[in-house]
Design a protein around this ligand. Structure first.
Ligand SMILES: Nc1ncnc2c1ncn2[C@@H]1O[C@H](COP(=O)(O)OP(=O)(O)OP(=O)(O)O)[C@@H](O)[C@H]1O
Length: 240
């Protein structure tokens, strides 16, 4: 199995906070890998290190076989990034945001096709800030897809969305999964982690405490039955 991301003993401190404390992880081509953990566990920092937008204090990061430290620009052309909700593009229209992002890349996917797949046509002339959360997230997913990336990073893509909007966003994400894209995401929703992720990485206080298929994680509890919430409580919460 080809690995598209390889993290080896990554560490990142913010003053005395050990945000990432020795994480090693390999991500396979075409898999959907979910990262779960408590607030402040280090999920975003880990994702940002993989994206090349944050530099680890130590350890190595390889993305698509390239060293992130030395091939940042080459990697940026091949990955798509959807960050946590940001006000950055609020003041422009959906169409303008798409065109702006499109100008950043050499290789581009057909913008019309992305717009149609994500159902954005009726919203093109609306300001991003005036869209509902679900449509804002679809817009930012569209922005992450513009360069037809091999790896798509989604930082809490469904946070704050109602159940229907979450399901609809997953239907969109799954279309790209079917094309064989590798997808990495963080989430606080255990149901969607279980339903949509091939493997789940659990981070606690900057350390990777488990990484496996959802059903294996549930089996590992040894209860016979169980849910991802039980897995979360067992692995991700420090006081248990
Ligand atoms: N730029 C920064 N400066 C200082 N501390 C930071 C910075 N970014 C993150 N931290 C700290 O590093 C730790 C890990 O943060 P991170 O955002 O990676 O966690 P997370 O698991 O994504 O949390 P959440 O679920 O709340 O998004 C936290 O203690 C956080 O306060």
């Amino acid at each position: 199995m080809e690995h598209v991301i390889e993290l080896t003993d990554i560490k990142k401190n913010y003053k005395d906070v050990k945000a990432v404390d020795g994480i090693s992880l390999k991500v396979k081509k075409g898999e959907v890998l979910g990262i779960i953990g408590a607030n402040g566990a280090g999920k975003s920092t880990t994702l940002e290190i993989m994206m090349g937008i944050r530099k680890p204090d130590s350890g190595t990061v390889k993305v698509l076989g390239l060293d992130v430290e030395h091939a940042t620009n080459e990697i940026k052309q091949k990955i798509g990034i959807q960050l946590q909700q940001t006000a950055l593009y609020d003041r422009i229209k959906v169409k303008e945001a798409l065109e702006l992002f499109s100008s950043y890349y050499e290789k581009k996917r057909d913008l019309k096709e992305i717009i149609e797949t994500l159902g954005l046509t009726p919203y093109l002339n609306k300001y991003v800030k005036n869209l509902s959360g679900g449509w804002q997230q679809r817009t930012s997913l569209a922005l992450a897809l513009i360069n037809d990336p091999e790896i798509i990073f989604l930082d809490e893509p469904t946070t704050g969305l109602d159940p229907k909007a979450r399901l609809e966003l997953w239907a969109c994400i799954n279309r790209y999964r079917e094309e064989g894209k590798t997808i990495l995401l963080s989430t606080h929703y255990m149901d969607e982690a279980q339903r949509h992720c091939d493997r789940i990485a659990i981070i606690k206080k900057g350390k990777l405490v488990a990484c496996d298929k959802p059903e294996h994680l549930i089996e590992s509890l040894g209860h016979g039955i169980g849910s991802m919430e039980d897995v979360y409580l067992q692995y991700a919460v420090s006081s248990l």
